[in-house]
Design a protein around this ligand. Structure first.
Ligand SMILES: *Cc1c(COP(=O)(O)O)cnc(C)c1O
Length: 356
């Protein structure tokens, strides 16, 4: 070869400029208490006994679709199953946004993948900062609608833990009608099912709801998520999805996790985690290095410390891995703590107490 090969110089311009999403796993750490990725702390047991791995799987495995539709209270034609909610964030961009022309909108501080996916496809990002109480800035959203195709709203929001007000969601849905899709990310909705807007799909053909098995269903390693929307939107997404997005073992386990037993188990987990969250919330509130504990409807708590970096490092050195949120707008000195087992939660409190 005469010329030196430089892969980076051949990459698309927007890809060259990208930094990959720093997932909890990529950030590493040497811990035995993992409270940085909002996972369930105990592994569920599943048997896998499929013998037909010589055959390709179904694109949209029927059992998974039917079980999820029944669970979510929607028609099977309104369900898309994919490789985690993260894949549906990307499929929406691939299907609905022209690079260099259309934009996606989201409201920081919020989940990081809306930005990463938009960047990967060269699609403009409109970041409309949330107000100080973390409600939506409705007026600014209205002013920035012009070339917006997708509006991602995370509720309950990651990392702040708050629900977005129904009244605000209705306003956004009304103003976006005919212009853009409104995508409500309900990754944590099992922890507060009363706030789901799945029943609104009947009234809003431009509403999309994202769901996952990674959080309350305790299956982050499975990589399985869902988009719920009008049959018309699902049809468009099926044009751009990979022909076999779910492997056969994934589909089998997902169907099992969504049968009656699976859902009962999930509800039991949610009850336990919610109890622990309330206890952890109260314990954190007593500590002098804690400035504010934000109320949460999820399996994590956002905490503002007097010195977030000091707490993060001290716990990291003891093998307790939290998620640093201090780089997000408005979240100086904030750490996000996933609710772990009772023992793990005690270790967190004791480690922070030692810093007081
Ligand atoms: C965890 C999470 C996701 C990703 O879910 P996967 O199904 O694991 O891809 C999406 N949105 C939010 C807000 C999350 O916290």
């Amino acid at each position: 070869m005469s010329k030196t090969f430089n892969a980076a110089s051949l990459a698309r311009k927007n890809v060259k400029e990208m930094t990959p999403y720093m997932s909890a796993r990529r950030l590493g750490g040497n811990g035995d208490v993992w409270l940085n990725a909002n996972e369930y702390p105990i592994a569920p047991e599943y048997q896998f006994n499929e013998h037909n791995l010589n055959r390709y799987p179904e694109c949209q495995p029927k059992d998974v679709i039917l079980n999820y539709a029944a669970y979510a209270g929607v028609a099977p034609e309104q369900v898309l199953v994919c490789r985690g909610a993260d894949e549906s964030i990307e499929l929406l961009i691939r299907a609905f946004c022209e690079p260099g022309k259309d934009a996606v909108m989201f409201c920081p501080p919020t989940y990081g993948m809306y930005s990463v996916s938009a960047e990967a496809f060269g699609v403009e990002q409109k970041k409309i900062a949330a107000l100080s109480d973390w409600s939506l800035n409705i007026e600014s959203i209205r002013e920035n609608l012009s070339n917006t195709k997708l509006i991602y709203i995370c509720s309950p929001n990651n990392p702040t833990g708050n629900i977005i007000d129904n009244k605000d969601l209705v306003e956004v849905l009304e103003m976006a009608a005919g212009l853009a899709l409104v995508v409500i990310d309900e990754a944590y909705i099992e922890f507060c099912p009363q706030y789901s807007v799945a029943s609104w799909l009947v009234n809003y053909p431009h509403l999309v709801i994202l769901r996952t098995l990674s959080k309350a269903f305790a299956l982050a390693g499975l990589r399985c998520g869902f988009a719920l929307a009008s049959a018309e939107i699902i049809e468009v997404l099926l044009k751009v999805i990979a022909p076999y997005p779910l492997s056969t073992p994934v589909a089998m386990i997902a169907a099992k996790a969504l049968d009656m037993d699976g859902i009962a188990t999930m509800k039991h987990r949610v009850a336990t985690i919610t109890e622990s969250r309330i206890a952890l919330f109260e314990a954190l509130n007593e500590l002098s290095v804690v400035e504010k504990v934000y109320p949460s409807e999820t399996n994590y708590i956002l905490v503002r410390f007097t010195d977030g970096n000091k707490v993060f490092k001290a716990l990291w050195d003891q093998g307790i891995i939290l998620r640093d949120q201090s780089k997000q707008p408005g979240l100086t000195n904030c750490l996000r703590i996933t609710i772990g087992t009772e023992i793990e939660n005690v270790r967190v409190i004791e480690a922070i107490e030692a810093l007081c």
